[in-house]
Design a protein around this ligand. Structure first.
Ligand code: SF4
Length: 195
């Protein structure tokens, strides 16, 4: 059963726009406390701005527990022009990643992995709620405005995303080597814990 479901999820990832997708073992995901510390020192402008980032997430300790509980990890990568990652389009591009991992989480839950959990990169606040004064999920309302689209950031859990790329068999270099910046490519990545 697992093989069919995993094959389906890999195909679905590509249909939904992933440039690359791979299933890896949970023990190949590296979680490092020092990486999660970077959210606070130096302080990310989005620290404390949404439920999906520190201090509202359980950090490396919680993620290590998640990994122990899951059977497989679906890793997805979107390859994009570097200029779109570094420029004004960044929130839109990061939103695509959130939407991709959320959609795959939902598909995984429907196909045998009832506790699947998706994780994206970067804070959801600038991607979804930039025009809102606050994250609704941390107010007394306690409800995310985009429950089927926004997902927690891997950064706050200390996941080493460069190593994750290598574990999936891909380059961990953030930029390709073209001299012309306009032709450089980069990537963003997320994962779905399958349990
Ligand atoms: S309400 Fe907005 S900022 Fe808060 S978790 Fe949801 S998408 Fe993120």
């Amino acid at each position: 059963m697992d093989d069919d479901a995993l094959t389906f999820l890999l195909a679905t990832a590509e249909q939904l726009g992933a440039t690359k997708a791979r299933i890896i073992s949970p023990d190949l995901v590296s979680v490092e406390d020092t990486l999660a510390d970077f959210c606070l020192h130096p302080q990310c402008p989005f620290w404390g701005q949404s439920l999906s980032c520190p201090p509202y997430v359980g950090g490396p300790e919680e993620f290590r527990r998640f990994l122990k509980e899951c059977r497989y990890v679906l890793v997805v990568r979107l390859e994009i022009q570097a200029c779109s990652l570094l420029g004004e389009e960044r929130p839109e591009v990061m939103r695509l990643l959130h939407e991709l991992v959320a959609a795959l989480e939902i598909k995984a839950r429907q196909n045998g992995f009832s506790n699947a959990a998706g994780f994206a990169g970067g804070s959801c606040k600038p991607c979804f709620c930039a025009d809102q004064p606050d994250c609704r999920a941390v107010t007394t309302i306690k409800k995310c405005r985009y429950p089927n689209q926004a997902r927690p950031s891997l950064s706050g859990y200390g996941v080493n995303v460069g190593k994750l790329m290598e574990s999936a068999g891909w380059s961990g270099d953030l930029f390709t080597q073209e001299n012309d910046e306009q032709e450089q490519f980069s990537w963003i990545a997320g994962l779905i814990l399958l349990s």
